[in-house]
Design a protein around this ligand. Structure first.
Ligand SMILES: *Cc1c(COP(=O)(O)O)cnc(C)c1O
Length: 844
């Protein structure tokens, strides 16, 4: 048997739960050949692998179409309350395999490709990631879409169709460089343009008073063209819609030049308006107040709200002419969820439409707006909170600025009454910040304009209530909620780890794919030698596969028996990749000090993108690579320790790395990581976590028990106390010789001999103004890592713990998260029902 035959046999086993019908396979081959011929205009003599990928993708998409149309028809007939998820980011990754899995046709497609002599896994590799997100926030939106479709919610994702997604990271001489992500170059087989639903969006201009009320006039218009992508539910025949807007210049754009006779210039300038949807801003947890970004945010909100209102009005259940003409039932039929404050202009925009276009009185418009909108907070880092200058808002959105001022006026009246005229409180709670440049605090606007405000893990929601938004909590405690994040078990287990999925299914069946709590049944086999052996074997195979991939890509030989110790996430000071780096250097120094001492081998992998303008994050990448260079090439070290910086971390790479991890690094300073979702992906795939009591780590530890996780370091309270007392890094530097040695080496140029000052910025931060208190957690971290090494030597104990991790991860399904949003915020009941399958001859 060839390699491809072995792979094929494996994939056949994987799809034990799917009945592969011979007729389906034959049909699928026909469809594939038809697309190769008619869509790609190729025959098999000249077709490239990419042609085959596109023929395959189109064939799979054909299987969605009837379900998609029928789902939307069903919503029109039944008119359930619609849920609108508004997000500036959707980090979708690839769609092909996910679609096949959710449709239950992976086995049939696989068999069809095999019979035609094509390797489906090679074709899958040709799909570009849809990288329309930065990190956790964007990936959460993608997981939520999957869960909303799987729960049978009438849900829509709305966002921007960026022409360029998150940049591709290249590492050159240990430094990050960015390359544009031209993901649409070969076309996107999943999207359908809907030019017939194009909508105008206004910018600039000014406001005039008329007898009929305020009018926003003399605006510049940009059109929003929708592109729809299908979101299939898992095994339920639902297909929801992700609608992304693309900016299109209006026909009469820049009429001035036409009149001046400069026709060429006028045509060229048309492109200017279309820059709005050109590129995703690559910042994670950081606010950069750029005009173009503000335009993106408003563009998305204005187009989306027009669409929402059009759909609301066109209901067949309206009172007159089968159309709804009043807005009394709007909040009963529409729920709008704001993914952070990025889409918070939806609040003043909905007000503007209700007041100026629909002619509602203020009180009624405000009541409708608040009952419709809900806001999810994703961070407490002050540098990440959006605070737009009023000058910028006044120029781009003059009417919205007026509305925000009036919202603020009425809000502060209430504050004054509630807090007996407490002036300090009024200043703190204002939507308008007056110290320095006048700005609108978008989080305050979002809280005031929403009926529900939620954090994304229990500890984060507590911090929101008691610290960040405590004044608002005091006044309106009923608004504040927690919704602990989750991940979709389809992509993050079934798709990325088919062999683990199979051994789980052998024990407990496949209900867990939709009811992840069922994994708890696995606990009974945590000590079972047979099951331990299976879990171990799967992990070892996954590690071997990753080792081969990395050897191919990096030329580093990896010891597959070593601990695969992995930290993958955006590079950020608060996530403390530097603390990980100090551990690496500590291990290196220990090996050098006593080369013959026993040592538990480790391969430490760190990956993630730094925002292009984040100087220190880029230096951290360079330090990791430089340390890797020294460690990996030191013959004394041998295969005890290897350090690899994983280039271009993204959804697709996450799917390959996470199933191979032994140890998951979740080491943010307590109180800084709102939830984390990477942590959940590792847990679900049987990696053990070393982590702080931060974000969802707290709830993970609670689910699995402290004996199955390596928790270390300061708690939120201890961090607070230390900051109050005053953190002095030198207290630790002088007390901890191993830490001192690491820092001295970095500072002295040990890892950068040709440029000894290379990492001065890093040591300066560590010793002088480290907001994230690395050295205060160093000792506890090293101790916890020593314990990791010790436990890893007891193979049976380690696997037992891994099984407890998998078995305890049920809570972290995004299905659970979405059920809570549905019941406690949106006021809709998940049906979990199946729609009847379409019955078309060509459908497989
Ligand atoms: C899940 C995920 C993240 C979020 O990881 P955290 O560790 O929670 O920050 C970021 N990027 C990608 C590609 C992911 O899949």
């Amino acid at each position: 048997m060839s390699i491809s035959d072995v792979d094929h046999e494996k994939r056949k086993q994987i799809s034990v739960r799917e009945i592969v019908d011979v007729e389906n396979v034959a049909n699928f081959k026909k469809t594939f050949n038809r697309h190769l011929h008619y869509t790609l205009v190729k025959d098999r003599n000249v077709a490239t692998s990419r042609d085959y990928y596109f023929a395959l993708a189109h064939s799979v998409k054909d299987n969605l179409v009837s379900r998609w149309i029928r789902t939307q028809q069903y919503y029109y007939e039944k008119d359930p309350k619609r849920v609108y998820y508004l997000s500036l980011e959707y980090y979708m990754g690839r769609s092909l395999q996910n679609t096949m899995i959710n449709l239950g046709i992976q086995g049939a497609c696989d068999e069809a490709m095999y019979q035609m002599g094509l390797n489906i896994e090679e074709l899958e590799e040709l799909e570009e990631d849809a990288g329309l997100g930065n990190g956790g926030l964007g990936r959460l939106a993608a997981c939520f879409l999957d869960s909303m479709a799987t729960l049978g919610l009438a849900a829509y994702g709305y966002g921007i169709r960026y022409e360029y997604g998150i940049f591709a990271q290249k590492i050159k001489n240990g430094e990050q460089t960015e390359e544009p992500d031209d993901w649409l170059r070969y076309g996107n087989p999943w999207e359908k343009a809907r030019p017939e639903f194009m909508l105008p969006v206004n910018f600039y201009g000014h406001v005039i008073d008329t007898p009929e009320g305020k009018k926003w006039v003399n605006t510049q218009v940009v059109f929003a063209m929708p592109y729809d992508s299908p979101i299939p539910g898992y095994n339920n025949n639902y297909v929801n819609t992700l609608r992304l807007w693309s900016a299109k210049s209006p026909v009469e754009f820049n009429l001035k030049f036409f009149n001046d006779g400069d026709y060429i210039q006028a045509v060229i300038d048309r492109n200017l308006a279309e820059n709005i949807s050109r590129v995703l801003y690559p910042n994670d947890n950081f606010f950069e107040g750029k005009e173009l970004r503000l335009k993106q945010e408003y563009f998305m909100c204005a187009a989306t709200l027009q669409d929402i209102i059009r759909r609301y009005k066109s209901s067949k259940f309206g009172s007159r002419d089968h159309h709804r003409t009043d807005f009394d039932t709007f909040p009963d039929k529409v729920a709008i969820q704001l993914n952070d404050t990025h889409p918070s202009l939806a609040i003043p925009e909905l007000m503007r439409v209700l007041l100026d276009v629909e002619g509602l009185p203020w009180e009624k418009a405000w009541d409708i707006t608040v009952r419709t909108c809900a806001y999810t907070n994703h961070t407490v880092l002050p540098e990440a909170l959006e605070r737009w200058p009023t000058s910028l808002l006044e120029s781009i959105l003059p009417r919205h600025m007026q509305i925000i001022y009036h919202i603020n006026f009425l809000h502060l009246e209430k504050v004054k009454a509630f807090f007996n005229g407490d002036l300090e409180r009024i200043r703190r709670m204002s939507l308008i910040e007056e110290d320095g440049e006048k700005r609108v605090n978008m989080a305050h606007l979002s809280i005031v304009g929403s009926h529900a405000v939620n954090g994304v893990a229990r500890i984060h929601s507590e911090i929101i209530k008691n610290v960040v938004f405590r004044d608002f909590y005091a006044m309106t405690p009923e608004k504040f909620q927690n919704k602990t994040n989750g991940i979709t078990p389809r992509r993050w287990l079934l798709l990325c780890n088919p062999t683990l999925s199979d051994i789980i299914a052998e024990k407990i069946g496949d209900e867990w794919t939709v009811h992840l709590d069922q994994l708890a049944q696995l606990k009974q086999w945590a000590k079972d030698p047979g099951f331990q052996h299976s879990v171990n074997k799967v992990k070892q195979e996954n590690k071997l596969r990753l080792a081969q991939l990395l050897e191919k890509d990096y030329g580093v030989k990896i010891n597959p028996a070593s601990i695969f110790d992995i930290q993958v996430k955006r590079i950020h000071e608060y996530k403390r990749q530097l603390l990980n780096c100090l551990h690496i250097i500590t291990l290196y120094n220990r090996i050098k000090r006593d080369p013959s001492a026993p040592f538990v081998p480790r391969t430490i992998m760190i990956g993630g993108k730094a925002a292009p303008g984040y100087h220190l994050a880029k230096k951290i990448i360079k330090l990791i690579c430089s340390v890797g260079n020294v460690v990996n090439n030191d013959p004394i070290v041998g295969d005890k320790l290897k350090v690899i910086f994983l280039e271009n971390y993204r959804v697709t790479l996450a799917e390959q790395i996470i199933p191979a991890a032994d140890l998951s690094e979740q080491i943010s300073t307590a109180g800084t990581e709102a939830s984390g979702t990477g942590n959940m992906k590792f847990m679900l795939n049987g990696a053990l976590t070393i982590g702080t009591l931060d974000g969802a780590n707290v709830e993970m530890a609670e689910e699995m028990g402290n004996e199955n996780i390596f928790i270390f370091g300061m708690t939120v309270d201890e961090v607070e106390d230390l900051k109050k007392k005053g953190y002095n890094a030198y207290d630790y530097y002088n007390k901890l010789p191993e830490a001192k040695q690491c820092i001295d080496q970095i500072q002295g140029g040990f890892f950068s001999p040709s440029n000894p000052d290379e990492f001065k910025d890093i040591t300066d931060v560590l010793l002088k103004w480290d907001r994230f208190l690395l050295l205060a957690d160093y000792e506890a971290y090293i101790k916890a890592q020593d314990l990791v090494s010790k436990v890893y030597q007891d193979e049976s104990k380690w696997v037992e713990m891994a099984i407890h991790n998998i078995a305890s991860s049920g809570k972290f399904s995004s299905d659970r998260t979405i059920e809570e949003y549905a019941r406690e915020i949106w006021g809709v009941e998940p049906t979990w029902q199946k729609l009847p399958p379409p019955n078309e001859p060509r459908d497989i």
